[in-house]
Design a protein around this ligand. Sequence first.
Ligand code: SF4
Length: 531
Amino acid sequence: MVLKTDIEETLVEPTGCPATCASPADCLGLDHCTAAKAQPLTAIALPLTDDDDEPQSKNFTSTRNACKLCTPLGACLAFRGVEGCIPFLHGSQGCSTYIRRYLISHFREPIDIASSNFHEDSAIFGGSKNFTQGALNVTRQYQPQLIGAATTCLAETIGEDMARLQHELKEQHGDAAAPIVHVSTASYRGTHMDGFHSAVRELVEQLACGCDAPSQNMDATPTSRVGLAAGSPSSPTATRASQPRVALFPGLVSTADLRHLKEIFADFNLPFTLLPDYSESMDGATWSEYEKLQSGGTPISAIRALGSAQTAIEFGRVLAGTPTAGTVLQTKFGIPRRLLGLPMGIRESDAFFNAVADIAGSETPVKYQRERGRLVDSLIDGHKYAFEKRAIVFGEEDLVIGLTALLCEIGVTPILCASGGRSKQLEKSLRAAVPDLPEETLVKEGFDFAEIAETAPDLKPDFLIGSSKGYSIARRLKVPLIRVGFPIHDRIGGQRVLHLGYRGAQELFDRIINALLEVKQETSPIGYSYL
Ligand code: SF4
């Protein structure tokens, strides 16, 4: 492994552990971790991933700006999508500081993440005492209904036996601490998406039962969750007794996406449980009084009742063959699972709406048929601006697939599709979802921003589309960056970007075309005001 220190400053803007990391000794020199840059090189000469046999770029350095984020970060976000659940990191304080900073800068909402606060002695003797004390403290301070515990790199590396720790806590303190769901989240083995999906899987694995409690999202508080007057023609309460109940696992999508999914299910009159649902807890209204744990989220009773759902829908083409919340329902309760791509663009949205219509036994509501029609109409209007433009797409693997599908539909040529994920499914899933993707399109797993930056100039893109972390590359290339996904740290409203459904495709299409028009306008010697 070649280790170099001459890294361009622009490529190491902090996307990993922050300088505030309380315990640098905790860090294993993860490739996105800027704190690691300050460590002696010998301290970070460890295997970074399970895929070290992969060929590396000539200019490989061990401290890179990865196109992925810390695994417990994904778990923390998923836990905040559960009502009354507080995320709790078993590890050092710096990890929770970094994750809080990252989430707050995107969602513009406070989020508390507890930490068992490892010190040097915990790294040597284990963090049993810290875990017990932390769980009791957080219960006293926040009175949560659930503690969502994720283990950081250090706790994973020293091999903390979390089952034993939980057992000891119970034995010594009975029910003094809130119930705990633990998820194993070693960041050197995965990405924030892996942490997110694993947390959702563990919630279902550890909480769902076959009990027939009618406690889905819509059943619990139909009017507040879907914004419908009770008893109105489209109230979910009107038909819920006769309709199949759906377990919906959307993955890491925006709060606007979550709200849109709830609206769609309400319009189909289809009862559902959306897990997780951080549309309110991470993007709520102002409070009259400070809420330590923001309200909103999937009720725990609804998660327990998932074992009696009739069907499950899960978004994530690269999840094929991976144990997920959907596969837990399938194997434990015999609930059929439909694995779909993120409904982005027309084809993937059609697949989603057709699946929901099939489950509901009804047509897609006229409202969405009209949205689709308007989208097709606008593609005709904007086609001349998008046709043969070249784009670099980057981000989480499933987002990359959804975006690529959309781009191909609007006449843009994706020239590089890159992700920091390493599912080994990206190219196969991408080409299955987008059969018209050109052969010459580069599809890269385990790619980082340094590699994107190295590759991009020769590809001559017209624009980049992905998270705000691609800004420095777009700036150097003097092309627009269309900000989507997570994180968006340099704009307001990043959490409210709508990606899903015909409506989401419409918004993305308008933004892409307008960005291209703006370039045309700005680079023209004549100040055209009519394009
Ligand atoms: S869990 Fe690992 S990757 Fe995440 S902040 Fe902590 S040391 Fe860094």
